[in-house]
Design a protein around this ligand. Structure first.
Ligand code: SF4
Length: 220
């Protein structure tokens, strides 16, 4: 396991990161602001965002919602049109199919579910998407572990798991529930701008003196 962050107080560290990244304007912040809308639009935008840059998702969501912003309207325009409108998001063919199937289900159940089990029963909705929807659409405490949260939690010595669901549990034990919804946005923003996957900008990082990953790197 990575050594722990020196003087590790995860809540304080999270707050430090949150303030530190403000001047960097992480794309995730503009994206999440832009999708705060109905639970349906939030769900679809999050689905579109997987493996896609936030700026591309933002454009695709706008094009799609200008034409269809309810399950009924999506079914009316059909899968082919959805595909055309969301292009060039990653896996746009599969996503168009999933969106179409989700809309059929939502019409049957009459709402976007506000619980993890029902959300993950929707086509193409996995653990990360469900947690993000719970957090952004329903303000329910949850932690979505994406690639940034996964990597940074390990670099900081907060978590050691090899799978996102294990990291999620480790973070849930470490942070009081009131902070769960902050973790994804803060670490994604940090990962997009400073603690990047390749060549993290440790020399300008506020955590550089105490970060186990940076200390280990220097020791090598
Ligand atoms: S010091 Fe480097 S590895 Fe550690 S948190 Fe900062 S950018 Fe990431």
């Amino acid at each position: 396991m990575e050594k722990e962050l020196k003087g590790n107080n995860p809540v304080k560290t999270l707050k430090k990161i949150e303030e530190f990244i403000i001047p960097f304007n992480p794309p995730v912040q503009a994206f999440e602001k832009s999708i705060r809308n109905t639970p349906f639009r939030i769900l679809i935008s999050i689905l579109l965002s997987s493996r896609t840059k936030d700026t591309v998702t933002k454009g695709a969501s706008k094009k799609l919602f200008n034409i269809a912003d309810t399950p009924e309207k999506m079914l009316k325009i059909g899968e082919q049109k959805i595909k055309e409108l969301i292009y060039p998001v990653g896996f746009y063919k599969r996503k168009a199919k999933n969106i179409y199937e989700i809309c059929k289900k939502l019409i049957q159940i009459k709402k976007v579910p506000d619980n993890f089990i029902e959300l993950t029963n929707l086509p193409g909705v996995g653990r990360k998407t469900a947690n993000l929807v719970l957090s952004l659409a329903f303000n329910k405490p949850s932690i979505a572990v994406d690639t940034h949260v996964f990597r940074i939690s390990k670099r900081l010595g907060w978590a050691n798991g090899k799978k996102p669901e294990i990291i999620e549990q480790e973070l849930k034990k470490m942070f009081p529930e009131i902070f769960w919804n902050k973790i994804n946005q803060t670490l994604v923003g940090f990962g997009q701008t400073v603690c990047k996957p390749q060549k993290p900008l440790c020399n300008i990082c506020i955590l550089k003196k105490d970060c186990p990953y940076n200390i280990q790197k220097k020791d090598k």
